[in-house]
Design a protein around this ligand. Structure first.
Ligand code: XIL
Length: 400
């Protein structure tokens, strides 16, 4: 007991000096203090590495989304990085309908199994993403071989058997499911998806009831983007509260948080965290990334079918990000995590949408072929200034 305390103290002192040095390094732009800090964080003195998951352990989980490349185990270094830094994982694509269940009687479990094994091996909070969504769906779920819409009862039964098989296979191994994804439009109505058109709004509550029956211990979440738009957020919360009164099991709301350098403003994000908590629901930040590139046609959101033509003006940093924006990115991450810490009683998890910049979906969405820098690890898996800005919030707090 005593020994551990002493080791913690030593580690804290070591980290504090490393962070101070790194702070100076950031100002001077020198690389070596940064390396010193990286070495400190990698657990120099034989102590286990204090990754973000450990640093924020008393506040909330810190997660990352695992790409299919990571899951196909081509990169052991990346796996070690994830295991060291994060305490939660989401499958970026491996559990989506078109990947895991591409045809009515075909299931492809390989990547999803790897994902769940990974979570088990490293004892991570493991999130299933996602059971019911309008995107990345085989069209055949809704339309028959003659191009006709299937019957309502067939579509409902397909949804039921999908949830039963997927959530059932991993029962007890998934801590939270994004049960329904993106069911609401930005102007605060039900999205007129195939699900809604076929089954009406009750598809929403049906999905939560089914998930509960299949995996009674998993936390059940509603997940969406642009949850800082009041009309959208309020409609979603109204519906969830309405259904909950009728007995629908639900634990929390996921704010995807695909944000930009200055938008949405911290105050708007805070208002939504407070609104979700006031409705009696946990807040999960589920897909955080910070787009640093010019906004294509002012589009804000994360509807994955959106696509704009490539132009060089939209891709201004193909080689590297200018230092000024590197700093802005670090400052943005710092203020986001400061906000999450301020609301640590409401925020249960903060998950980044990807691990390194190299694999971020933001390189290809909403414009294909750009070079974006939205995460806190660079293309080589090295921590960026944004990483130190986030970690520094805890090390500074611990050592003061
Ligand atoms: C994205 C993935 O990151 C991409 O690899 C894929 O091509 C499209 O979907 N909202 C969600 C996520 O809920 O599942 C999406 O992920 C991003 C927007």
């Amino acid at each position: 007991m005593k020994k551990t305390t002493m080791m913690n103290q030593q580690r804290r002192l070591f980290l504090r000096s490393a962070f101070t040095a790194a702070g100076i390094g950031l100002v001077l732009g020198s690389a070596s203090p940064k390396r010193l800090l990286a070495e400190a964080l990698a657990g120099q003195s034989g102590a286990s590495a204090p990754g973000l998951g450990a640093l924020f352990g008393g506040d909330f989980k810190v997660g990352t989304a695992l790409s299919n490349n990571t899951l196909q185990a081509q990169n052991p270094g990346l796996e070690a990085l994830v295991a060291r830094e994060f305490s939660a994982i989401t499958a970026e694509n491996a559990m989506k309908w078109e990947e895991v269940h591409p045809q009515a009687d075909v299931w492809d479990w390989q990547r999803a199994d790897h994902f769940v094994d990974f979570g088990q091996r490293h004892q991570m909070y493991t999130i299933g993403h996602t059971l019911v969504w309008h995107s990345q769906m085989p069209e055949s779920v809704f339309v028959d071989g003659h191009g006709r819409l299937r019957k309502r009862s067939d579509i409902e039964q397909t949804m039921e058997s999908h949830i039963a098989a997927l959530a059932g296979r991993y029962r007890g191994k998934i801590q939270a499911w994004d049960v329904v994804n993106e069911a609401v439009t930005d102007d605060g109505q039900w999205r007129k998806s195939h699900w809604y058109n076929a089954l009406g709004e009750n598809y929403f509550s049906r999905a939560f009831h089914l998930a509960r029956e299949v995996d009674p211990n998993a936390e059940l979440l509603y997940n969406d983007y642009n949850m800082t738009i009041p009309a959208k957020r309020d409609f979603a919360l109204e519906q969830i509260v309405k259904f909950r009164k009728q007995g629908m099991p639900v634990h929390g709301v996921g704010m995807q948080a695909h944000v930009h350098l200055s938008e949405p403003a911290i105050a708007k994000i805070e208002a939504s965290i407070e609104a979700i908590a006031a409705a009696g629901l946990d807040v999960h930040i589920t897909e955080l990334d910070v787009d640093v590139l010019p906004q294509a046609y002012d589009y804000m959101g994360a509807e994955i079918s959106t696509n704009f033509a490539y132009s060089e003006e939209l891709n201004p940093f193909p080689e590297q990000l200018p230092e000024k924006i590197v700093d802005e990115l670090a400052a943005r991450y710092e203020s986001l995590f400061k906000l999450f810490l301020k609301h640590r009683d409401k925020v249960r998890r903060v998950t980044l949408w990807g691990t390194t910049d190299a694999e971020s979906w933001k390189n290809d969405w909403p414009v294909v072929g750009r070079t974006n820098y939205p995460l806190i690890f660079d293309r080589d898996g090295e921590p960026k200034k944004a990483y130190y800005a986030v970690a520094g919030l805890k090390v500074a707090a611990k050592s003061s």
